[in-house]
Design a protein around this ligand. Structure first.
Ligand code: ATP
Ligand code: MG
Ligand code: FE
Length: 344
């Protein structure tokens, strides 16, 4: 079956068509440029941009696949988590399409969709798979026994998400929004060992209670303090070294805990997903450390790591393949949908 997937949880309007684990065509519109002057996503601006983009994006995705809506067998849409108004645009459009075509509708979880994006590059996920989800709003370690129906959370951030830390540190360094990609580029010219920033929740005492949890707010504060002290002393701030050392601290904790989780649970496959997976140091460090630990690593191409419609269609296709019950046409949105609820 051909599944149409619609994503609108934040500032990306994404639509794609998937059959099984094959991406047939996709299209993406972003309102990121409209948020730059505010230094972050403005929900009302994002919602209006989704409204304007949704129909043309659906049309472009179909064109890209060389198909028409008449070829669609099922419709999947992000039902949460995300911005309520933004989610509503995608869900309304998905309902309209499903109703008009008389095809089943599936509301799916955005976070599980981030993990599922990987099947488009590497085929079905081994069961079980350990997944490290690192995005703008989440940092979770997940045990995926079945991506369509059985995802459990092993650990999560107790304060900021990794992407949020990137965006906040970027602001302090005067790097424009969105901070992640800019800091990544800056970091490539710097020395990741220049400054030893703290690794949250890695002390022996913290590991007793928070072995698989994360904390990035202490790291963010340490970076801010380090920069402020340099400025107070009238010294130059070596931006590239700060960016590289900060990124190294984030990548170090993420990979160390993910591998520890795999070893502790006897899981041989690690999948990494979410927008922060685009990060160069994280990708490199994960590759090196997984190879050393004998863990097989799955990281999708960057375009599938940040928000997109393909991941939603991919998860929809898995849900359809399991024969799960479709959502009703009064499907709502849930801005804080828990990761363990794969479809609604
Ligand atoms: P969520 O998925 O939790 O709802 P989101 O959808 O806003 O949040 P994503 O689109 O998955 O998040 O990821 C966006 C985040 O990824 C932002 O915080 C951004 O700064 C970060 N990011 C993007 N590219 C990079 C990069 N190269 N290095 C580090 N961070 C990055
Ligand atoms: Mg975005
Ligand atoms: Fe996301």
């Amino acid at each position: 079956p051909v599944v149409l997937g619609i994503e609108s949880s934040c500032d990306e309007t994404g639509v794609a068509l998937v059959r099984g684990t094959t991406l047939l065509g996709d299209s993406l519109a972003s309102s990121v440029d409209e948020h730059v002057r505010f230094g972050g996503v403005v929900p009302e601006v994002a919602s209006r941009a989704h409204l304007e983009a949704i129909i043309p994006t659906i049309e472009r995705a179909c064109d890209d696949a060389g198909l028409t809506l008449a070829d669609v067998d099922a419709v999947a849409v992000t039902a949460g988590p995300g911005l309520a108004g933004a989610l509503m645009v995608g869900v309304s459009a998905a309902k309209a399409v499903a109703w008009a075509l008389d095809k089943p509708l599936y509301g799916v979880n955005h976070l599980c969709a981030h993990v599922c994006a990987d099947v488009l590059d590497h085929g079905p996920l081994p069961e079980p798979t350990m997944a490290l989800l690192v995005s703008g709003g989440h940092t979770d370690l997940l045990i995926v026994r079945d991506i369509a129906s059985d995802v459990t959370s092993l650990g999560r951030t107790i304060d900021d998400a990794a992407g949020e830390a990137y965006d906040k540190v970027a602001r302090v360094l005067g790097v424009p929004y969105p901070g992640g990609p800019h800091l990544d580029r800056l970091a490539q010219q710097g020395d990741p060992t220049a400054i030893r920033f703290p690794r949250g929740l890695t002390s022996a005492r913290d590991m007793e209670k928070h072995r698989f949890d994360f904390s990035f707010s202490g790291l963010k504060t340490a970076v801010v303090r380090w920069v402020q002290e340099r400025e107070r002393d009238g010294l130059d701030v070596p931006l590239a070294d700060v960016a590289a050392s900060f990124s190294a601290a984030v990548a170090d904790v993420l990979t160390r805990k993910a591998i520890d989780a795999c070893e502790h649970h006897g899981i041989k496959d690690l999948q990494i997903g979410g927008g922060v997976t685009a990060n160069t140091q994280l990708r490199t460090m994960a590759e090196e450390r997984c190879a050393a630990a004998g863990i097989s690593l799955r990281v999708p191409r960057i375009r599938l790591c940040t928000d997109n419609g393909a991941m939603v269609a991919a998860l929809g296709a898995q849900v359809v393949a399991r024969g799960l019950t479709p959502s009703s046409l009064d499907l709502g949105t849930d801005s804080s949908l828990p990761v363990s609820t794969v479809s609604v």
